[in-house]
Design a protein around this ligand. Structure first.
Ligand SMILES: Cc1cc2nc3c(=O)[nH]c(=O)nc-3n(C[C@H](O)[C@H](O)[C@H](O)COP(=O)(O)O)c2cc1C
Length: 467
């Protein structure tokens, strides 16, 4: 066979015309000339340098590109309502942008080009930045709150974004899969950097989430020559599988489970703990989503205490040495002194370790339409679309509730602040009022993946007295 090919090749070589041969030898001679060698070397170096620069610049979360190009571009491309045009809708919108954003983060991570914050991260060593939480040392008090990675599909790419992220809360995960509310169900109010969503617990279900979480543990165990159970039982490896960082898994009930049947409700949450608890440092009980009808009625003292006690008991039985702590997430709309007192009593009576204050609101603070730049579409969305509002307009309520819950709970439970926190100043204000952990979500949607490092940098300035 190779002989035949050699025979075929010879006549082909001979078949080149004299002109062709002359051209080839001129080209070869040109390449050998010192001036041309230099020029080609320069072009090669510039090309390689540009690729290296693009790589370093574009994969650095601190680059202005992410805030000033990626965020507006995503809004411009995905400007519909997520209802297909064939069904009378306006095509891909905010929900699709969310999905594509996570896919891009995951894809880049999988091919070894994760987005990450380059540089010194000198905020990590700042005095007063670190916190002790549930026996772990965290280098910052910052956390990503639930709803960003609902389906446990982007855990490592999100932790990779910045060492400023100490906790990632995934979910909400329900025991059985469910599709959530019909689309459209997510709306932007860009003039006030706010969102309204009514996803309604779209979830892949606890079984699939457990497979994803277990797969991470198995891969980690394989890489480090350990067994799966050794990883789960290690005193030194948090469930996040990232040093000094924690994974919180948020759980909820299925829409088909009546909130008035407290035994059925307990079964839903317990099933989630049994399937997911061993992969979590923290289990978050969601009784505060405004988008699951009746859910928030579970915040009434008696039912809440029963539910939380059942979850705490189930968490105590998970198959890992260090059991997950249980935290409850409450609504900012349950804000009367009586509500705060009742919820706090249920927390203290059930042995829950903390409270996240708070979820999105069904209220529409006037601030969201205050700017003269507010468009007619934004006014329509704010007035007509049902769902939970998030973004800076929540901050005053968050701060007020953090203060109230901190006063009620003292040092018996940890307060996590969530709602409208978009700067280092907001974070420090929440900490001053008693929050130990400060969570964000909508701030990242509007300011890009550099959000966490920027916020930690601003906190450093405040802690050192420069800001
Ligand atoms: C699109 C979207 C989905 C959310 N999904 C959940 C969820 O599943 N569970 C939950 O407790 N909170 C959910 N939240 C609320 C956030 O976790 C957070 O509490 C709220 O947005 C307030 O914080 P922020 O103003 O920093 O965004 C969601 C928020 C948004 C914008």
């Amino acid at each position: 066979m190779s002989l035949c090919l050699a025979r075929l090749a010879r006549p082909l070589r001979l078949a080149r015309s004299p002109v062709q041969r002359r051209l080839e030898s001129t080209a070869a001679a040109n390449l050998r000339r010192p001036a041309n060698k230099l020029r080609n070397g320069l072009i090669g170096s510039v090309a390689a340098g540009s690729v290296a620069f693009a790589y370093y610049y574009l994969t650095d979360t601190r680059s202005a590109f992410h805030k000033y190009q990626v965020v507006p571009l995503m809004r411009w491309i995905y400007n519909g309502d997520d209802v297909p045009r064939a069904q009378g809708g306006r095509g891909d919108g905010a929900e699709k942008a969310h999905e594509i954003g996570l896919k891009a983060l995951r894809g880049l991570y999988d091919i070894g080009l994760p987005l990450r914050e380059r540089g010194q991260h000198d905020y990590l060593g700042t005095r007063g930045m670190g916190v002790e939480l549930f026996g772990h040392h965290l280098k910052t008090p910052l956390a990503i709150s639930a709803g960003l990675d609902k389906h446990a599909e982007c855990i490592d790419p999100l932790f990779s974004l910045s060492p400023a992220i100490s906790i990632l809360e995934i979910g909400c995960i329900t025991p059985r899969p469910q599709v959530g509310n019909p689309k459209p169900r997510m709306f932007r109010l860009p003039t006030s950097d706010s969102l309204i969503n009514r996803y309604g617990f779209n979830s892949i279900g606890a079984d699939v989430a457990a497979i994803r979480l277990r797969d991470r543990v198995r891969r980690y165990a394989h890489k480090h020559g350990m067994s799966e159970q050794e990883v789960l039982d290690s005193e030194h490896i948090p469930a996040s599988l990232w040093e000094n960082r924690l994974l919180a898994v948020q759980i909820g009930k299925n829409g088909s489970t009546s909130e008035t049947d407290i035994e059925a409700v307990k079964r839903d949450y317990i099933e989630c703990v049994q399937k997911l608890g061993r992969f979590a440092d923290i289990v978050v009980v969601n009784v505060s989503s405004p988008n699951s009808p009746g859910l928030r009625s579970l915040q009434k003292r008696e039912s809440l205490q029963q539910l939380l006690s059942a979850v705490v008991e189930a968490a105590g039985k998970t198959e890992r040495r260090r059991k997950p702590k249980v935290v409850v997430k409450v609504s900012p709309d349950s804000d009367s002194p009586d509500d705060v007192r009742d919820i706090s009593a249920a927390i203290l009576g059930s042995g829950v370790a903390g409270v996240i204050v708070a979820n999105t609101t069904v209220k529409r603070p006037s601030q969201i339409l205050a700017s003269p730049q507010t468009t007619e579409e934004e006014k329509r969305i704010a007035n007509k679309e049902f769902g939970g509002l998030s973004g800076p307009a929540l901050l005053p309520k968050t701060l007020q509730l953090v203060e109230r819950f901190s006063r009620e709970l003292g040092d018996k439970a940890v307060v996590f602040a969530s709602g409208g926190i978009t700067s280092g100043h907001d974070a420090e204000e929440a900490r001053k009022r008693g929050a130990k952990i400060v969570m964000g979500y909508t701030g990242m949607v509007y300011s890009g993946v550099g959000f966490w490092g920027r916020m930690a940098g601003e906190m450093k300035g405040i802690l050192e007295g420069h800001a």
